[in-house]
Ligand binder design. Structure first.
Ligand SMILES: Cc1cc2nc3c(=O)[nH]c(=O)nc-3n(C[C@H](O)[C@H](O)[C@H](O)COP(=O)(O)O)c2cc1C
Length: 428
């Protein structure tokens, strides 16, 4: 598979977050519409690789299937429950039991961002959610939305789906390049309601079961799922057990319900996550409320989970898992970590030069990483907003300008942060 993205129109938001059905059989046909192939109106939809042929060639070479191919014997198949659980753990152990994991984020957990987080302590990462039907139908969508390289492991590739055959078709195309194929069972957005996927499948558990079984019985890599909790704890536990019995090899639990969409407003319920962890035998990951390494420590202790996922905090502070924390979480025992968000942005831009992505993803990360800096110098943000065609030159000079204006907001570090959580368990 050639992962070199070509400079083509970009359809991600227009497709994933537009009212498309993903299964002609299940969806209201009136909601189905054809993907159009007009060139992008917005320059931000173009890839950042216009003058980057040499880099693209390197990327292509470094990410050739030969170097990334995994050859696991069928990890699931028709196995007894016990053997399946053993296999789930053997796979997890083979991956080094990663604890610090980049959560799936549409338009935000793309390859350069994953690589940045990995550089700063992340031990595994999810791709953004991919739309299984569009993935099977559209070569352009595949080549642009799923890029990876050999260093981008362990990797979860996440799909939304409501048709087992389509999901399997999509999953087969990525399985040589990832460590889990993940099913998104947690997206609570209106578009997921209309497209009938994500958290809206919580209303149709037999369908969820059939999705998991289809992958578990037919793929060479294990299947994982990411769920939200039900308002009722027993419902959540029954749901999780059903997934495990259907062949799910790893479960990530976001401790908010489908209606608790606003992560800032609602705290994730770690006690529900703990109950799921206690009820299952496969590895379980906790998601929600992770702002710094103290939270990671507390979450692992309180839930007993095998790892944590972080999303929103990582967008602002991709060095979270290396023990860096934003100024708002500073305590007496923290000190200037000699790293700041502008440094991280420069690192990110370098990854983007190497692994091209659409400019709108880059723009989004610039706003997230430098949000606090822009609040001090809003004129710099205005200049960024006025720039309808971005270039790397412009973005590097934007960082220089902020520095010349004297803006610097350090990230902070506790001496203990790195030492706290060892590779094979919690520190005392
Ligand atoms: C920008 C953004 C995009 C997201 N996209 C996805 C996605 O594609 N798939 C998914 O399962 N969750 C997605 N989520 C949810 C996160 O993976 C995560 O479950 C949620 O933000 C809670 O984690 P947090 O408290 O660390 O932010 C997204 C979240 C954000 C902020």
């Amino acid at each position: 598979m050639n992962f070199k993205p070509k400079p083509l129109f970009h359809l991600y938001l227009k497709t994933i977050y537009s009212p498309l059905s993903i299964s002609k059989h299940i969806m209201d046909p009136t909601l189905t519409r054809t993907i159009h192939s007009d060139p992008p109106q917005d320059r931000d939809d173009l890839l950042c690789s216009d003058n980057n042929d040499r880099h693209q060639q390197e990327v292509q070479e470094s990410s050739s299937p030969e170097t990334t191919l995994v050859s696991l014997e069928s990890p699931n198949g028709y196995l007894s429950g016990e053997a399946r659980v053993e296999r789930a753990w053997a796979h997890w152990s083979k991956l080094g039991r990663p604890k610090f994991i980049v959560a799936p984020m549409v338009d935000n957990s793309e390859l350069p961002f994953r690589m940045l987080c990995r550089k700063y302590g992340a031990e595994a990462a999810y791709t953004p959610m991919l739309h299984s039907r569009i993935f099977t139908e559209t070569e352009k969508y595949r080549s642009e939305e799923f890029t990876t390289c050999k260093e981008d492991r362990p990797l979860f590739v996440q799909f939304c789906a409501n048709d087992p055959d389509i999901l399997l078709d999509a999953a087969r195309r990525v399985e040589p390049y990832c460590d889990y194929v993940d099913i998104n069972l947690g997206c609570p957005q209106r578009i997921a309601r209309r497209g009938y996927y994500g958290a809206f499948l919580m209303d149709n558990l037999p369908l969820v079961k059939s999705l998991v079984e289809k992958l578990a019985l037919n793929l060479n890599v294990p299947v994982s799922c990411k769920i939200r909790v039900f308002p009722n704890l027993q419902d959540t536990i029954n749901y999780a057990k059903m997934l495990e019995d259907a062949g799910c090899s790893l479960l990530a639990v976001h401790g908010r319900t489908r209606d608790e969409k606003d992560g800032k407003k609602y705290r994730a319920d770690w006690s529900a996550i703990k109950a799921v962890k206690n009820a299952l035998r496969i590895p379980v990951l906790a998601n929600g409320n992770i702002r710094h390494m103290d939270d990671v420590q507390s979450c692992l202790e309180q839930t007993g989970c095998d790892g944590v996922l972080s999303a929103e905090t990582l967008l602002e502070n991709p060095a979270l898992f290396a023990g860096f924390r934003a100024a708002e979480w500073v305590e007496e025992s923290t000190k200037d970590g000699n790293l700041d968000q502008a440094d991280l942005l420069v690192d990110y831009l370098k990854f983007c030069e190497k692994y091209p992505v659409p400019w709108r993803m880059i723009r989004s990360h610039v706003h997230k990483m430098l949000g606090d800096w822009f609040r001090i110098q809003p004129s710099v943000r205005e200049d960024l907003n006025a720039q309808n065609r971005l270039t790397f030159e412009f973005l590097y000079s934007l960082v220089d300008r902020l520095r010349e204006l004297g803006v610097r907001i350090p990230l902070y570090k506790k001496d203990t942060d790195e030492a706290k959580i060892s590779a094979d368990g919690l520190a005392s």
